[in-house]
Design a protein around this ligand. Structure first.
Ligand code: MN
Ligand code: MN
Length: 468
C-alpha cells in the first residue's frame, strides 16, 4: 500500500478509536483536577499519594519482610518524594519496570529573612525556584504553602489562599501610565528577581491598648506594619520572625484547575509539569494487580533545579530502594539494574501556533495527538542528553502499539533555540534503559499551564501498558 509508506500522527479525535476515548478521558481528568487542587507542592503531592496508596492496601516497605507476587509496598523519602512497588511474578533478576515523574514545580520560595516593610506595605522577599518567566508571576492571586519547624520541634503546616474565604497574596506591577521606562527593559528583565515581593499586609500594629513593658517594646519598633503582620502570623501559626530560618515556604498560584474552551477539551492549571505525569503514573501503579515485572513508581522532588538534593534523582535514594528490593529477594543488585527499564515521565512543549518560529512543525509534539516520546532532551548538539537506543525505542513503541495507545514522537523546539533536561540521565547512570515519555504542555512553567485531556488519558494508558 502506497499510503503505508508515509506516516503522520493523527489527531486522536479524528480516529474511530479515539472518539470512544473522549468520555473516559473526561472522567479520568476530573480525578486529575482534584489531585492538582489538593497537591500544589511536592510535600502535598506525597501526602495525597500516600493516602491513595494506603487506601489501596499498600504497606510501608519492610526490608526484613518476605514478599510474594502481587504484594504492594511504598516508601516515603523525607516527606518530599515517594516510591511504590507491586511485586511481580518474574524473578527480580529479570529487572524492574520503573516509571519516574517529578512532583516539584516552578514557584516562588521565601528568602530565609523574608519579612520587610517598604512604603507602608509589609512584604515577603522571595527567591524563585526553577525556570520561571518572572513577568508572568505578577498581578496573579498567590497562595502560601509550606512547613515551619518550631523551636520545640513541632511543625506548623501552612496552606493559606486555597479556600473560598481565605485571603490571597499578591505581587504588584506598574500601571501602563507610568511604565514608559520599564517598557524599555528586555522582556527577560521586565520584572527582576528582587521585584518579586509579595504583599502580606498594610495595617499597623495597634499599640493603643498595650500596657507596661509591652507598650514600651512596641513603641521602640519602627516598622509597625511589618510588626502587625508578624503578630497575625504568630496568632495563626505560633511562629516568630526567627522561625523563618527553619521553614520551607512556597508561594503558588491560588486558583484551581479549570476546563478550557467551549469543548472543555483542555485543562488549565498550575503545576501540570510534572504532576500531569505523576498522577497517571500513580494511577497506573494502583491499577496494576498481577504484573510480570516488579514495578517501581517514583514521584520525585527537585527536578526543576537539576535534581540536586537528597529528595531528587541526583541522590542514591532510588538506587538504594531497588538495591533493598534485590536484597529482599537475595539476588545480585547489579543484574537487577542491568535488566531494568524506565519511562522518565516528563512533559514536552506542545506546538503553539501563536509562536511558530521556535518550533519545527514535523518534530513538534501536538496537543491531542497523544503521549509524546522524547528520544533525547539536552541543548543544541544533544548536550546533557540521555539519548535512548533504537532497541529500547522499539521495545517501548511495541508496548504502546499492542495496547492501542495514541502516541507521538517529538522534540522540544528548533535545535538551536534552547533546550532542557529531565531525570532520564540520572536513571541511565544506574545502567538502566530509559526514555522520556509524557504529556505535551502549552505555556510550560507559566502560572497557568495547559494540557489536553486526551493526551493525559493516553499517558495513563501508556504507563499501565508498560507495567502490565
Ligand atoms: Mn518536568
Ligand atoms: Mn519543568
Amino acid at each position: 500500500m502506497i499510503k503505508d509508506l508515509t506516516w503522520n500522527y493523527p489527531h486522536i479525535a479524528e480516529t474511530d478509536e479515539g472518539k470512544k476515548q473522549i468520555k473516559k478521558a473526561d472522567s479520568f481528568c476530573e480525578e486529575y483536577k482534584k489531585f492538582l487542587d489538593r497537591s500544589k507542592t511536592e510535600r502535598e503531592c506525597v501526602n495525597t499519594a500516600e493516602i491513595m496508596l494506603v487506601n489501596a492496601g499498600y504497606e510501608p516497605f519492610d526490608p526484613a519482610k518476605k514478599y510474594k507476587a502481587g504484594d504492594k509496598v511504598y516508601e516515603v523519602n523525607r516527606g518530599k518524594s515517594i516510591l511504590a512497588t507491586t511485586w511481580g511474578s518474574a524473578d527480580l533478576t529479570e529487572g524492574v519496570r520503573i516509571n519516574g515523574a517529578h512532583i516539584d514545580s516552578p514557584r516562588l520560595d521565601l528568602k530565609p529573612n523574608p519579612v520587610v516593610e517598604h512604603g507602608e506595605l509589609a512584604q515577603f522577599k522571595t527567591h524563585y525556584y526553577g525556570g520561571i518567566r518572572k513577568y508572568q508571576w505578577v498581578t496573579v492571586p498567590l497562595a502560601m504553602h509550606g512547613t515551619v519547624i518550631r523551636k520545640d520541634g513541632t511543625a506548623a503546616t501552612i496552606s493559606l489562599g486555597e479556600e473560598e474565604d481565605d485571603p490571597v497574596f499578591y505581587i504588584s506591577d506598574l500601571l501602563p501610565h507610568l511604565s514608559q521606562t520599564q517598557n524599555e527593559r528586555k522582556l527577560s528583565e521586565g520584572i527582576k528577581g528582587e521585584e518579586l515581593n509579595i504583599i502580606i499586609g498594610s495595617l499597623p500594629f495597634d499599640i493603643a491598648g498595650l500596657k507596661g513593658a509591652d507598650a514600651k517594646e512596641a513603641k521602640e519598633i519602627k516598622s509597625r506594619i511589618k510588626l502587625n503582620a508578624l503578630k497575625l502570623i504568630n496568632e495563626k501559626y505560633d511562629i516568630t520572625e526567627r522561625d523563618f530560618a527553619r521553614a520551607e515556604i512556597e508561594f503558588v498560584p491560588a486558583y484551581k484547575a479549570k476546563d478550557i474552551g467551549f469543548d472543555r477539551s483542555l485543562i488549565g492549571a498550575y503545576g501540570h509539569d510534572d504532576r500531569v505525569c505523576a498522577f497517571p503514573a500513580l494511577m497506573a501503579e494502583l491499577a496494576t494487580k498481577k504484573p510480570y515485572y516488579t514495578t517501581v513508581t517514583v514521584l520525585t522532588d527537585k527536578e526543576e533545579i537539576g535534581s540536586y538534593g537528597n529528595t531528587g534523582l541526583n541522590s542514591c535514594y532510588v538506587h538504594d530502594y531497588i538495591a533493598f528490593l534485590a536484597q529482599n529477594k537475595s539476588v545480585d543488585e547489579k543484574t537487577v539494574f542491568a535488566n531494568s527499564c524506565c519511562l522518565s515521565a516528563d512533559v514536552n512543549s506542545a506546538y503553539d501556533p501563536t509562536f511558530p518560529d521556535v518550533f519545527e512543525e514535523q518534530n513538534s509534539s501536538w496537543l491531542n495527538h497523544g503521549v509524546v516520546l522524547t528520544k533525547y532532551t539536552g541543548a543544541r548538539g544533544k548536550s546533557g542528553a540521555s539519548d535512548a537506543s533504537a532497541e529500547y525505542m522499539a521495545k517501548v513503541i511495541d508496548i504502546m502499539d499492542r495496547a492501542k495507545v495514541f502516541w507521538q514522537i517529538g522534540e522540544l523546539g528548533k535545535v538551536d533555540i534552547g533546550g532542557g533536561g529531565t531525570i532520564a540521565h540520572y536513571v541511565a547512570e544506574m545502567n538502566i534503559d530509559v526514555v522520556d515519555l509524557g504529556v505535551p504542555v502549552l505555556a510550560m512553567h507559566s502560572p497557568f499551564e495547559v494540557v489536553s485531556k486526551l493526551d493525559v488519558y493516553n499517558t495513563y494508558l501508556a504507563f499501565k501498558a508498560f507495567y502490565e
